[in-house]
Structures are given as C-alpha cells and as structure tokens.
Write a protein that binds this ligand. Structure first.
Ligand SMILES: [Zn+2]
Length: 120
C-alpha cells in the first residue's frame, strides 16, 4: 500500500482553508486540494482563524456571531509585515502592512503560540 492510499491515520489534521478533517498523513486536503504541508501554524480564534505558512499570514474572517466564516480571506506576506507587536496585558497581536495597522485580539493560548513562532 502506498502512502497516498493509506487513509488509516486519525482525522487530526484540519484543513485551514475549508475546515475539513483530514488524516494526519494527508499531503493535500481531500476536499479542496490545499497543500497541507505548507501550514506552519493554524489557530482557531473568536473572530477569525489564522494560518501561518512559510511565506504568509492568512486570516479567515468569522461572522459577528463567531459561528462560521464569512468567506473573507486576507493574505499578508510575512516579509512585508512591519512593526510586529505583541501587546499586554490584553493579548493583541498587531503589525503594519502597506501603511495600515492590523490588530488581532487573540485567546491566551493562541497569543503564546504565535508569539513563540514569530519571535523565535
Ligand atoms: Zn481543504
């Protein structure tokens, strides 16, 4: 049995793009074909989900009731993000992009994960 045919793994890998659960060893999402290996970090938060790849930060905006996504997706190139800041005591991640300030309030656990990844 080849790697591609082995679907016996646990469905523990959530596709950041379409939120379908894939087997842990899946390379491309079985629903939308997204390359799942490019995802470095995926955070589910209150108002948005955030995916970090080696090149981009991707924001998947959620609706007012936080129940599902609006379909609005923003891409930020990591090497164009400036003045990255992790605010305290309120856990807010912010940066400047194309002269505009972007601010993301984050859950404590997501704030810590993102800070560790970006600050290295
Ligand atoms: Zn997908």
């Amino acid at each position: 049995m080849s790697q591609e045919e082995d679907y016996s793994g646990n469905l523990g890998k959530i596709c950041p793009s379409c939120m379908i659960a894939n087997a842990d060893n899946t390379k491309n999402c079985m629903m939308c074909d997204k390359d799942l290996l490019e995802t470095v970090l995926f955070l589910e938060d209150e108002f948005f989900d955030i995916e970090i790849t080696s090149k981009e930060l991707i924001e998947y905006r959620k609706n007012y009731y936080r129940t599902r996504r609006t379909g609005k997706v923003k891409h930020f190139k990591l090497d164009k993000m400036k003045n990255i800041n992790f605010g305290t005591p309120i856990k807010r991640f912010s940066f400047e992009y194309d002269g505009k300030k972007e601010v993301y309030p984050l859950r404590d656990e997501n704030f810590i994960l993102l800070k560790e990844l970006i600050k290295g």
